[in-house]
Ligand binder design. Structure first.
Ligand SMILES: Nc1ncnc2c1ncn2[C@@H]1O[C@H](COP(=O)(O)OP(=O)(O)OP(=O)(O)O)[C@@H](O)[C@H]1O
Ligand SMILES: [Mg+2]
Length: 303
């Protein structure tokens, strides 16, 4: 469904000197149809940037993205507009995605109206159907976002996203702004909808437990690179990259120093903080090696 090859996004920073932030630095992966790939890693490692690149909300510095066999980066504006409804993104903060002056029902109807093809009656029916699908009540249609809870608003966002019958959704920390008590409800809703509607999902979170709950496979990202990828089971039971291990049991490795001067380093991105670092790790970037079926790791220490 999705195939990403050597994707890069460098943001320029610094006014006088030409400097770059390598937000995404040579990332490759695939997502099969109907699958959820979890993307996990600490704040600033490039997760959101990957999500936005996949939907072409931002343009990459280089790389290839294929969406259902379509070479996404070659599409002209008009062709992209046709593909867009099939790919949607859910962000962390539902209130920021919703128009505060628009009633819930109108908000869900908006994408349907923009797309065209349905009359008033059909739109109304479709909105009622979507309201039910995401577990809201019919009376919510006439409310405004400020009258709803964070969890309810995220359901509205979901209804809006589903209105266009997407087949691929990027969910970027969809529950991290919500109360812990409602997080599980929203996560389960997304999981159930994914199954019922045969959606393909990129599920982004900095929380490995949340990613585990949601994902078939998991990609672990560190400083713009994927350092380990595999089935959720393998990542939890047989994690090989030292960074993955620090995520699974933070206490297992002490004194991880994350440095900010990794940009431009020629070796492994995790080298400055890695307790197992050897000389080669600072000199040459480790390549991804398949150590089990579909389980890939970029680390000299394990291979
Ligand atoms: N538009 C931008 N211009 C300049 N730098 C950016 C831009 N967007 C992101 N970055 C930088 O790129 C890096 C990756 O950011 P990104 O938002 O993708 O990380 P993230 O993994 O989603 O983090 P978080 O968990 O905090 O959401 C960061 O260093 C960030 O400051
Ligand atoms: Mg982010």
């Amino acid at each position: 469904m999705i195939e990403v090859k050597d994707l890069r996004k460098y943001f320029s920073s610094g006014i006088l000197k030409k400097q770059y932030i390598k937000a995404v630095d040579g990332v490759s992966f695939q997502i099969e149809r109907g699958e959820t790939l979890g993307l996990v890693g600490e704040s600033g490692c490039g997760k959101t940037t990957v999500g936005k690149l996949l939907l072409r909300l931002i343009e990459p510095t280089s790389g290839k993205i294929s969406f259902d066999g379509i070479d996404l980066l070659q599409l002209k504006k008009k062709e992209l507009r046709k593909v867009r409804p099939r790919m949607q993104m859910i962000f962390q903060d539902p209130e920021a995605s919703l128009n505060p002056g628009m009633k819930v029902g109108d908000s869900i109807a908006e994408p349907l109206k923009l797309q065209g093809g349905l009359n008033k009656r059909e739109i109304k029916n479709k909105v009622s159907e979507l309201i039910e699908t995401v577990g809201l009540n019919p009376e919510h249609v006439n409310r405004y976002p400020y009258q709803l809870s964070g969890g309810q608003n995220q359901r509205v966002v979901l209804a809006r996203v589903l209105a266009l019958n997407p087949d691929f959704i990027v969910a970027d920390e969809p529950t991290s702004s919500l109360d812990v008590s409602v997080q599980a409800q929203i996560l389960n809703l997304i999981r159930d909808l994914k199954r019922e509607l045969h959606l393909t999902l990129l599920f982004i979170s900095h929380d490995l437990e949340v990613v585990r709950h949601m994902s078939d496979r998991i990609a672990v990202m560190y400083h713009g690179k994927i350092v380990e990828i595999g089935n959720a089971k393998d990542i939890f039971n047989d994690a090989r990259h030292p960074y993955t291990n620090t995520l699974i049991s933070p206490a297992s490795i002490v004194d991880i120093k994350t440095t900010s001067d990794y940009h431009g380093v020629s070796g492994c991105v995790f080298y400055p903080g890695c307790p197992f670092a050897a000389e080669i790790c600072s000199k040459k970037e480790p390549e991804m090696v398949e150590i089990g079926s579909g389980h890939w790791v970029a680390c000299y220490y394990i291979s």
